[in-house]
Ligand binder design. Structure first.
Ligand code: LLP
Length: 411
């Protein structure tokens, strides 16, 4: 969203206030031009013969968003059988979907196998079980490089205490299983975390994966996961994708030469592709002065956007009803009956009851982590593209809340 002379605007000059009035609030609005811009930026940053960007569905799985990425040429990174099913419904061919689950059952792996998607194995026991049952199926292996990286502890997943992946130190055991069962390892993978500040961390983890990759002689791809950082705060550092792309491509091409084959370079970005495109629009219910602060209470809460409360994540908040008003200091809070603070002591243009506020950078892990806590309804999702706006998910109603409840007749 941009601040123009007329106020805040989405792409093609769409006024977010008109969307609030048309659809009601709260709403998640996704600006598909930004999906496209981010996808193309990443695609163009790497100079390698074969690049595949598998969009991480977990960031935002609305089927229309998946269809949008399909027509851009992306593949999908899925972590559950349900994400696979939505991806197939969105028209992705199975071999454009990679399944990288964690601690799932063999039964779920079989279901994924039957759908024909690519399988990425996360543990030695699963390698043995799955490999024994499907010895002819090419598979990938997710390694844990033991690198600590990520915006906060909860989203750092490549370190030694993390549950994810097969330790790189267990490579000898992996090779014994692979050789004994005569398995075809088509890919190796790492994902160290989300929101990684330092591009050198990517490159350090890369070397570890190259060392591991050398041990497999029939690879088709190397998948470096994701973790590209976006700027949540004004002036925040984001991953310099062009610089990373330059350094990375050089090293990757050199590795392929040594390996003797043009491998496919894969990534699976979520945040980088969809975070900035999403804006969460809410309305102010009450402006309340207490002894310590001025609170602006809005018609939403941790039930709709939990990142600020769960990760202490910063999301920039602006008053789109009063874009050029005098700045005052507010804490923006939700309507849930426990502490649910979107932002503390923010300088925001003066807020009156009824004003619409925009919470920025809410495309990734926003709606996806929403819940029905306090028996509140989950909001609508709107997609804007080429000057039009589309309802891509209706807001829930009471029937949705009750749908799966069985009313038993004993009291
Ligand atoms: N690949 C794998 C194997 C992953 O586990 C993840 C994210 C991604 C790719 C995508 O990472 P991204 O590009 O979005 O950083 N809910 C947290 C983020 C959790 C990420 C989980 N895995 C948040 O809101 O910050």
């Amino acid at each position: 969203m941009q601040l123009t002379k007329e106020g805040y605007r989405l792409s093609e000059n769409i006024n977010p206030i008109s969307l609030c009035q048309k659809y009601g609030t709260p709403i998640y609005v996704y600006d598909a031009h930004l999906f496209e811009r981010q996808y193309l930026r990443m695609k163009n940053a790497f100079d390698v013969p074969n690049l595949k960007l598998n969009y991480a569905v977990k960031a935002l799985s609305n089927i229309n968003v998946l269809k949008f990425f399909r027509q851009l040429g992306a593949g999908l990174d899925c972590v559950s059988i349900q994400e696979i099913e939505i991806g197939l419904l969105a028209g992705f061919p199975p071999n454009n979907i990679i399944f990288t689950p964690s601690s799932v059952s063999l039964q779920e792996m079989r279901l994924a196998q039957a759908k024909g998607v690519r399988i990425n194995i996360d543990s030695i026991p699963m390698l043995e079980l799955f490999g024994s049952e499907f010895p002819d199926m090419p598979i990938g292996l997710r390694f844990n490089p033991h690198v600590f990286a990520g915006g906060n502890r909860k989203i750092s997943v490549g370190h030694i205490n993390s549950k994810f992946g097969i330790s790189v130190h267990q490579l000898p055991h992996v090779l014994r299983i692979v050789n004994r069962l005569n398995l075809n390892i088509e890919g190796v993978h790492i994902h160290t975390g989300s929101d990684i500040l330092d591009t050198d961390v990517f490159l350090a983890a890369t070397e570890i994966l190259f060392n591991t990759a050398k041990e497999f002689d029939n690879l088709d791809y190397i998948d470096f996961g994701s973790g590209f950082k976006v700027a949540y705060k004004e002036g925040d550092i984001e991953t310099d994708i062009e610089l990373l792309g330059q350094k990375f491509s050089k090293r990757f091409n050199q590795f392929c030469k040594e390996y003797g084959k043009e491998l496919t370079l894969m990534f699976e970005p979520g945040k980088y592709l969809v975070s900035q495109a999403g804006t969460f629009l809410v309305q102010t219910n009450i402006v309340k002065q207490t002894t310590a602060a001025v609170f602006a209470g809005v018609n939403s809460g941790l039930n709709h956007l939990i990142r600020p409360m769960f990760y202490d994540a910063y999301h920039h908040i602006v008053n789109i009803s009063n874009p050029y008003g005098k700045k005052r200091i507010y804490s923006i809070v939700g309507y849930i009956c426990e502490t649910d603070t979107f932002g503390v002591d923010r300088q925001i243009s003066e807020i009156k009851e009824g004003d619409y506020l925009a919470i920025l950078n809410a495309g990734a892990y926003g709606f996806m982590m929403a819940s029905n806590y306090n028996s509140r309804l989950r909001p609508a999702e709107i997609l804007v593209y080429k000057g039009n706006d589309y309802l891509i998910r209706k807001a829930e109603n009471l029937d949705d809340l009750l749908r799966n409840q069985e009313i038993i007749d004993i009291f």
